[in-house]
Design a protein around this ligand. Sequence first.
Ligand SMILES: Cc1cc2nc3c(=O)[nH]c(=O)nc-3n(C[C@H](O)[C@H](O)[C@H](O)COP(=O)(O)O)c2cc1C
Length: 246
Amino acid sequence: MGSGGGVTRVYPSKSRRDMIERIMSKSDDSLKMTMVPQEMRIDYGKDSLDERQAAQDPMKQFGNWFDQAQQAGIVETNAMSLATVNASGVPSIRVVLLKEYDARGFVFFTNYESRKGHDLAGNPRASILFYWQSMERQIRVEGTVERIDKAESESYFHSRPREAQIGAWVSRQSTVIRSRAELNERQAELEKRFEGREVPLPEYWGGYRLKPTVFEYWQGRASRLHDRLRYVRTPGGWWRMERLAP
Ligand SMILES: Cc1cc2nc3c(=O)[nH]c(=O)nc-3n(C[C@H](O)[C@H](O)[C@H](O)COP(=O)(O)O)c2cc1C
């Protein structure tokens, strides 16, 4: 029992830690076991990131790491956590899919009337995070968010599978619903309504672009002495690169 409060912490002994480390470094199913979170520990060391190898342009660096993550076989490389904060300062976070990136920023699509949509209407700033575990990498980006042009949303919406287009009509995202059955009924109803014609873009659905002001590239290193390179946009429009303590 710890001396402060009633929290009991059971830290594993050195021999158990060594055993756990051996197990966690193997992919053999027969070695799988359950552990309490305190026992979970991996020492990183797959790669490093230094100022000379990192691109001067943080978006170029993103492209390099994004391509490498795909080559490494990461599933849904484009899944990113999106953090927003409402007008009262309450944060919330969820996963969305990155659908486009270029010098202007990062584009994702959603329902403008969802919780994140309301947050962004009241406070148009957000942060996104990519975590690629097998590469021991994370990328953080902060910036301001704005809606993309309607024409761009139209074009992406119509490139989606028809069921997904109808799905956008079915779901008033983030509202409370009575049951799954209500969703299924609405789906059947809307499939009938749009039968034989193009599904129009709902008024409340489209893309947002996060325009970056800060990037951070994180590479796991041994002994928790990770590499962290941050790029900050200067008033002159240049990017200043700096190293952060891990
Ligand atoms: C892998 C993954 C990808 C997702 N992609 C999207 C997406 O691109 N757009 C979206 O609106 N929701 C997406 N979602 C669902 C969101 O995580 C979330 O449940 C939804 O947007 C409602 O969030 P909100 O109530 O905070 O607005 C995805 C979820 C997962 C797990």
